[in-house]
Design a protein around this ligand. Structure first.
Ligand SMILES: NC(=O)c1ccc[n+]([C@@H]2O[C@H](COP(=O)([O-])OP(=O)(O)OC[C@H]3O[C@@H](n4cnc5c(N)ncnc54)[C@H](OP(=O)(O)O)[C@@H]3O)[C@@H](O)[C@H]2O)c1
Length: 247
């Protein structure tokens, strides 16, 4: 039980990768706050599954792109579960389009949720963790942020930004015993990728040396490791969990 006694907040944890992270952290002994934006029922379901594992859990609504929502979320989590030890910035969206066709709104929506949302939560978690002089901040970047991807100039900017913020914050918080890392998934089977045309899926699969699409649990295990004491000497890093796609 490498996370026994820890309290975690996972953003966007009602479904997809976030849900797998929440359940995996709970499986390793953590109590977990399950953030959602619109998927209330799915978040409640995740909470029930965490409680069935014998851990405490709470569903907390917040649109992470809104600073006031994030502030309320951190207050509610502290009241319901306690001050967090682990923050996982997972919430994310796509609004794909070629750069020459992309609207300002499409660009802003992705930056606001994927980058600014992570910044707001990093700031709030950083304040709380500095007082405790310990903590783990883990953000979900993407292979698109490392290598670039046609049709995703907004998403690539946000996910590369996550890597930059991770390095910055790692330096700012290291003297307080807080580590800050990112996980960059390759192609993972969730609702986000389910909408892609079959041809695109086949083309992506052909680029994966391990020969299979990733599962949300593949990402969750990497996050759990970085959240644990076993990763105490790792900070400012981006761990690619992509079946070798990024080699
Ligand atoms: N799937 C992949 O291949 C892949 C690859 C690389 C990186 N990623 C990243 O991994 C993370 C999870 O992706 P996924 O595949 O699990 O996507 P998903 O199935 O579409 O789930 C997205 C999650 O983000 C939440 N979310 C979206 N906007 C939000 C907001 N404004 N405030 C709070 N929560 C919000 C959603 O919650 P609600 O339903 O409540 O809105 C949902 O739980 C994202 O950051 C994504 O960019 C995914």
């Amino acid at each position: 039980m490498m996370l026994e006694g820890k309290i975690a907040l996972v953003t966007g944890a009602g479904r997809g990768i976030g849900r797998a992270i929440a359940l995996t952290l709970a499986g390793y002994g953590a109590d977990v706050a399950v953030n959602y934006s619109g998927s209330r029922e799915k978040a409640e379901q995740t909470v029930q599954e965490i409680r069935a594992l014998g851990r405490r859990a709470a569903a907390v609504q917040a649109d992470v792109s809104r600073q006031e929502d994030c502030e309320r979320m951190f207050r509610e989590v502290a009241e319901q579960l306690g001050v967090i030890d682990i923050l996982v910035n997972n919430a994310g969206i796509t609004r794909d389009n070629l750069a020459v066709r992309m609207s300002e709104q499409e660009f802003e929506q992705v930056i606001d949720t994927n980058l600014k949302g992570a910044f707001f939560c990093m700031k709030l978690a950083g304040k709380q963790m500095m007082k405790k002089r310990s903590g783990r901040i883990i953000s979900i970047s993407s292979i698109s942020g490392v290598r670039g991807n046609a049709g995703q100039i907004n998403y690539c900017a946000a996910k590369a930004g996550i890597i930059g913020m991770t390095k910055c914050l790692a330096k700012e918080l290291s003297s307080r015993g807080i580590t800050v890392n990112a996980v960059a998934p390759g192609y993972i089977d969730t609702e986000m990728t389910a909408v892609l045309p079959e041809k695109v899926k086949e083309a992506v699969l052909a680029q994966v040396p391990l020969g299979r699409i990733g599962r949300p649990e593949d990402i969750a295990e990497a996050v759990a490791f970085l959240a644990s004491d076993r990763a105490a000497y790792i900070t400012g890093q981006t761990l690619q969990v992509d079946g070798g796609m990024g080699i």
